[in-house]
Design a binder for this molecule. Structure first.
Ligand SMILES: NC(=O)c1ccc[n+]([C@@H]2O[C@H](COP(=O)([O-])OP(=O)(O)OC[C@H]3O[C@@H](n4cnc5c(N)ncnc54)[C@H](O)[C@@H]3O)[C@@H](O)[C@H]2O)c1
Length: 341
């Protein structure tokens, strides 16, 4: 591949665009910079980009086989994220397309955000602020709980989860963890106890999801697993929306089984995050059902919803952009890279 590879940067926001311009990316590559997600482009627009060799994407683009088959020369997908479940792994494997993510750009960034959500939930910070803005002062209704002394269940103790364990430990929590690959340092430092997931569900006052979404753990949090939880449990999800069945979550919150939820990610989050009404019209029944439930979750006072922004600190975004551009340069120069697919 020569130095002027054909690259699409999709899902590009203003900060990313400025970074690409400041780093004179256009001098290194034949770049197409798109604000849109690739799956939102018309088939004509996709056809015009068919000679692309590298795609740099954020989580919004759903890189399904029917989108990727437009790019016969595609060699690399570089995600500007840690998660890559928006990329069709089977298609990439079958067609020799490599996928590289940005591992470890923002583990503390996301862990801090999860802790922020948890504090806001357990002390009604956002809710009380909204009430006061509307002139409502009623202190009694806003009583929260201390974190100190509570049991926090952390599902997934990888890069982000292990930092979240550290933050909870600093708050005086007892931490139960579940992960197929326990972190020996956390065990040696006495930071948490690894238990099986059913023990964690039964015993935790707070549950935080910090594992990737896979076929195996799709809707890991569902009616059956919620029934096993303590009454009044809080749930925080900064990982992936696919981990929670939002319909079951909604019903459990309304029934009072779950006391509050902090959700930075949602299954079928596109309509809420991107106001993607076209997708609502064109997609399957589940898409419509979950989109309505997501909107209903947004109305609940004890739910905090944010639009997939746990990564979004200026420090982390800079690390993401620098790392993903370096990955692309290394790939072009034939240097060794760790691929996730
Ligand atoms: N909201 C955001 O902005 C944002 C930003 C970055 C990452 N994330 C998401 O956070 C999650 C964690 O990221 P990370 O960097 O810590 O990943 P990581 O790969 O470092 O760690 C994930 C851990 O989860 C474990 N795991 C896998 N399946 C599991 C299961 N079923 N139960 C328990 N543990 C399981 C793995 O063994 C691993 O230790 C990912 O889903 C990622 O996509 C979200």
């Amino acid at each position: 591949m020569d130095m002027k590879s054909n690259i699409i940067f999709c899902d590009v926001d203003d900060i990313t665009r400025k970074h690409l311009q400041d780093h004179k990316i256009g001098e290194k590559f034949n770049c197409t910079i798109l604000q849109e997600s690739l799956n939102d482009l018309s088939s004509d627009a996709l056809r015009k980009l068919s000679n692309v060799e590298i795609i740099s994407t954020f989580v919004y683009s759903r890189l399904r086989g029917d989108i990727l088959e437009n790019f016969k020369n595609l060699k690399l997908i570089s995600t500007r994220s840690t998660g890559y479940n928006n990329v069709d792994a089977e298609y990439c494997k079958a067609h020799g397309i490599k996928v590289a993510n940005v591992a470890g750009y923002g583990e503390i960034t996301v862990a801090e955000y999860a802790m922020g959500m948890l504090l806001s939930l357990t002390r009604n910070i956002g809710f009380s602020n909204n009430k006061l803005r509307n002139g409502i002062v009623k202190v009694n209704g806003d009583m929260g709980i201390d974190l100190s002394g509570k049991t926090v269940g952390v599902i997934g103790t990888g890069a982000i989860g292990r930092h979240f364990v550290g933050l909870c430990h600093a708050f005086g929590c007892h931490i139960l963890a579940s992960d197929p690959f326990p972190n020996q340092k956390l065990i040696d430092d006495g930071m948490c106890d690894y238990v099986d997931v059913s023990h964690l569900l039964k015993s935790s006052d707070i549950i935080s999801l910090n594992c990737p979404a896979t076929k195996e753990n799709y809707h890991l949090i569902n009616k059956n697993t919620i029934d096993q939880m303590k009454d009044g449990v809080y749930i925080v999800n900064t990982a992936r929306g696919e981990l929670i069945d939002s319909v079951d979550l909604y019903e459990a919150i309304v029934a009072g089984k779950i006391r509050g939820a902090g959700l930075d990610v949602l299954d079928y989050e596109d309509v809420i995050i991107k106001n993607d009404i076209e997708a609502l019209k064109n997609n399957d029944k589940n898409f419509a059902l979950y989109s309505v439930i997501n909107a209903k979750l947004l109305q609940l006072p004890n739910v905090i919803l944010t639009p997939h922004i746990a990564f979004n600190s200026s420090d982390a975004v800079l690390r993401i952009l620098n790392t993903s551009i370096q990955t692309i340069c290394d790939f072009i120069e034939g240097k060794s890279i760790t691929f996730v697919i």
